[in-house]
Design a protein around this ligand. Sequence first.
Ligand code: TMP
Length: 225
Amino acid sequence: MARRGVFITLEGPEGSGKSSQARWLVQRLRRAGHRVTLVRDPGSTALGRSLRRALLHTSAELSPLAEALLFIGGRVQLVEERIRPALAKGRVVVCDRFHDSTVAYQGFGGQLDVPWLDRVGRAAIRRVMPDVTVLLDVPTAVGFARLRRSRDRMERKALAFHRRVRAGFLRLAKREPKRFVVIDASQPAAAVRREIEMIVSSEFGVRSSESRRALRIPHSPLRTP
Ligand code: TMP
């Protein structure tokens, strides 16, 4: 199946506000006339929802490698069942977390072999990688202050783990500057929305070259419908 749509992922450490921004981005794109599919990883398939419960809402200790492979397995199902068909129909797919989360959390956070995990993760999803990844970066302490009291298994991990996750995301962004756009998510939500708005307008039509420079987008991987 040929791929015609545009694939956007949102990534970030805990408390980055990524899920609300993903919902807002979808509304914004739909208002602009795009056909948009919103999914989240893990989730958005029956397997993904079961894995989400098994991985996040449990008190069991899990081996980081088992955890990584389960996240990857859930993602394979998500790509095959939801993402690839939507892209083939020319839709814009917005995905809340994706492959980079496995590399940042299980690789950098869980101290697995990062290049190996990156290779295995990409091979499993047959290289269906995002055109653009918006990284909502937030210092660990600021993100944690925003979390609700009842925390899931990941949120209960030590601050040192989450600091490695944040640093890992920033390393990934530096390594692939053409794919990543980094936004300072310690700003108020409205300011973050304005920056995402600039990406939407610069990548999907009406745009100013200033906004591209401000956001350090070196080229446009996206196409207008
Ligand atoms: P969220 O979707 O509400 O952000 O929660 C997902 C949690 O799972 C979050 O703590 C990050 C974590 N996670 C991983 O550790 N590895 C992964 O590959 C993915 C997709 C998520």
